[in-house]
Design a protein around this ligand. Structure first.
Ligand SMILES: Nc1nc2[nH]cnc2c(=O)[nH]1
Length: 143
């Protein structure tokens, strides 16, 4: 989560940062920050997932996605289809809404529950206060 927060610090206007950890190798294999001003699909999680998809012999089942904020339904869909097996996020979609960010209010756990994935776990509230401070420090942007 420290690495995801670190990435978000580099993107101060939209402090969404995400990294993919290969638990087997014990190293970060991809990272991303929100670039939705360029392309609305470029959420931090999507950037990291796309980056990892380009690597040789991807091993999605060994990956944990760490992200400063709960993945939206677009990103959660990508996680579900990818085969990533664990998601850890900082602040919740509900909290983002409280802070004024536009969100589609479908919890990540619900997306998993409504899918066929029984091997994918989602845990929120990790590094929550640090992530919360990141978002408190900025004005929400539209996408
Ligand atoms: N989790 C997450 N939620 C978002 N909502 C708007 N942009 C983003 C993003 O990059 N990540």
């Amino acid at each position: 989560m420290h690495a995801a927060i670190e990435a978000a610090h580099g993107n101060p206007k939209a402090p969404f940062g995400a990294v993919l950890l290969d638990r087997r190798a014990g190293r970060i294999v991809a990272s991303g920050v929100n670039d939705s001003a360029t392309d609305p699909t470029l959420h931090a999680e999507m950037v990291a997932i796309s980056q990892y998809a380009k690597t040789d012999g991807p091993a999605w089942e060994h990956l944990t996605l760490y992200t400063t904020a709960e993945p939206c339904c677009m990103c959660q869909g990508a996680v579900i289809w990818s085969g990533i097996t664990r998601v850890v996020f900082g602040i919740s979609i509900g909290r983002l809404v409280e802070l004024g960010w536009k969100q589609i209010e479908i919890p990540a756990k619900e997306a998993v529950h409504r899918s066929w994935r029984r091997d994918l776990t989602v845990q929120g509230g990790i590094g929550e206060s640090e992530c919360d401070l990141l978002f408190q420090a900025v004005s929400p942007v539209d996408r």
